[in-house]
Structures are given as C-alpha cells and as structure tokens.
Design a protein around this ligand. Sequence first.
Ligand code: C2O
Ligand code: CU
Ligand code: CU
Length: 432
Amino acid sequence: EDASGARVFDLEIQSGTTALKDGAETETWGINGAFLGPTIRAKRGEEVAFAVRNSLDEGTSIHWHGMHLPAVMDGGPHQEVAPGGDWAPQWTVDQPAATLWYHPHPHGRTAKHVYRGLAGMFIVDDDTSEGLPLPSEYGVDDLPMIVQDRKFNGDNQFDDQGAFMSMQGFLGDEITVNGTLGPYFDVSTRLVRLRLLNGSLSRLYNFGFSDGRAFSLVATDGGLLPESWETDSLQLSPGERAEIVVAFEPGETVVLRSLPADEGYSGPLGRFNGADDELDLCEFRAAATLADETAVPESMGTAPDLADAEVAEERSFKLAGFSQINGESMDPQRIDFGVREGTVEVWEVMNNDGFMHNFHVHDVQFQVLAVDGGEPPERLRGWKDTVQLVPQREYRLAMRFEDYTDPNLPYMYHCHILAHEDAGMMGQFVVL
Ligand code: C2O
Ligand code: CU
Ligand code: CU
C-alpha cells in the first residue's frame, strides 16, 4: 500500500531467455521475469497503483484489456513508456468479477511485443464471485490458461513470419500454455475452473476435449453469466476470454484441444488461416481420488440489461481489407468521434472481408444485442469486450459510457487480430 491507501504493484518489463524447445534457450520478453507476466488480482472497490518500468531498449506500453478506467490510464498507443522510462497508472477497480488481461499496445508493434511474451492475466473479484461455490483455489482447481501459438526457427528462436497464404498473418504450429510447451496438469479435484485466454496474434481456437465431453461455460469477457451453459466446444478469437468448469473422473487422462473451427471463414480461405487445424493444448491427469467440494451454482452473475435502454446514438463500422474501418486506417492524430458520458450507444459492426476479423472496444463491456437480426448464440449472451466477426454478418453491440470524460485522450476500438491492428484496423473515440 502507498500513502493514499492504493495497493501498489511493481511491474518491470524486461528481456531474457527461457528454456523452451528441447531445453534450448529462446530469447523472450516478460514482466517481472523472462517470459509472460504475473497474474494480477484485485477486488472491486479496491484502488490499484502500478509502478511500471520499461527495461527494454524500445518503447512499449501496458494496456489493461477489458478494464473500465480513465483514458489516461488505459495504456494504449498514447501512453507509450520510453526505453528506461517509468509509468504510474492508478485507478479504482469498479466492475464485476471477471478474467481480464494486460498486454502492450505500442502503435504498429503490438504483435511483436505480445509474441515475444508480454502478456498476463488480471483477475477481478467481487463479493458475488467470492460467495459462490465455484472452484476458486488458484493453481489448484482454478487455473489461468494463456493459450498462444508459436513457431521456432532452426536456432530455437521465435519465428514470426506470416503463414503461407494467410490473411491473418502469423500462425504457429506449437502451443504454449502459460509459457510452457507440452503442458500437463495434475487434477486433484472433481471440478476444475479454467480461465481461458486466447493470447495469440491471429489464431482462432475451438476449445474442446479429446473425448468430446461437455463442460460448463460460466463467464465470458466481462464476467459471470447469470446461468451456466453446457457445451462441448467453445470458439475464442484473439483477445477473448472465457471461464469454463470441467468435471473429471478419478484416474483418467483427458486432453484439452483446439478442434477445427465451427465458423468464421468463407470457402477455402479457412484452411490457410488455421480453421482446419487440430492442436493439443494441455493434458489433464486426474488423481486416483478427487476432492469434491465445489459446484456450478444455479445463478451466478447479472444478465446484460441494455436491450431496452434508451439509445443516444447508433454508429456503423465496416471492417475491410486488412487495415481499414469505414475506409480509414488508424491515425493517432485523428479522433474519430466523441460519445456522451452516461449514454448508451448501439454500434453495428460488420466484417466485409471473406476471412476472420474481430472487434474490441476499450473501456466498456458490451452486450451483443443481435447477430444478423436474430438472437446471438449462447456463447455471446454475457458481457463481452471482444467479439468474433463472421464474414458478412451484422453484429449489433450495445454499450454504456459511464464516466471518465476526457476531450483529448482517446480510447481505441479495433480488430484484435494483431497483424490487422498493427496495419491500422483501429480507430479512436473520446468520452465527452
Ligand atoms: Cu487487447 Cu486494444 O487491446
Ligand atoms: Cu483492450
Ligand atoms: Cu482483422
């Protein structure tokens, strides 16, 4: 704690090496270590303060993905930290319990920085989440899983070349979970909660198990669902998170996989963008006896409530050609529009290309009101800050801009396929 009562976290962004493939040392970047960053955890109502130091020899930033906070604390391209420089953001956490994450956001270089290893989880707790019987012992029955694809060159260094014929840029053939290749987990409880984060540059994952078992989706980007939803596969595009609860039998071994994608591409483009790939992500090895003290409760979070809200403004966003939204690429000097504090807006978002994009908005969580005029699929019914855009479908997103006006400093909205974001598929808005 500092004098103001805020909880202080020291974060040093640094470079180093990590033993990855066949034990060889790979050059990696990390936060408070050589590879990836620590899980940050705070409770709603708590004031958090960060002492960020950039020990790299190039500028970078730390953006708090999914967090509601003042634009000056957002860590986007306008808050770059110079090499050797410091940054001290501070805010009060005020949003429901959720699995958020943090990663760099320097203009045009986000893909490189995330790929090298700058990413971590940010877990928000609240009274509701702490009172539920869900598995919640960190590292025991409540696991963060930062899922990333990587590729190694002959010298066992990260290769970041775009994939053959890919419209999305990089696609790796090896998976790291929390920075580990070939990971496994020793299961000691019947129910395990997995906090899944697609922390990849461009790969879509369709999470499922080797035996096709069902699991419960309990939370999406912005927090707990009102009720869990049973499924045997769950698609997450880059930047999206989900919390799932899986049941295990004593003594069994099951593999969490990425299955071929259900949707997201038109025609043969899918194959060159990884849609047909099947990848093993993590092996779960259950002990001979499993503790059984947790449950998936009947009711959990609160349902998004913007369907009947008074709408102050409707806007339309068309993503096309790798690098443009509404015909323009990102220009840090151009503010695209201002939204009014305290109002609800509906944004109609459409992917006009034949390959995948997604759409992320800073500062807010949105409700997916409709997809192509119909009810959104179950997996999109909770609060979201990033949504996959299947080509040629129209997504209606409702969001409320509560507070934190700033006429000069913008928040971003963009495609979270990082090659597209870096190429300029991003815009900026201010809250007035
Ligand atoms: Cu996860 Cu603007 O980013
Ligand atoms: Cu973000
Ligand atoms: Cu895109």
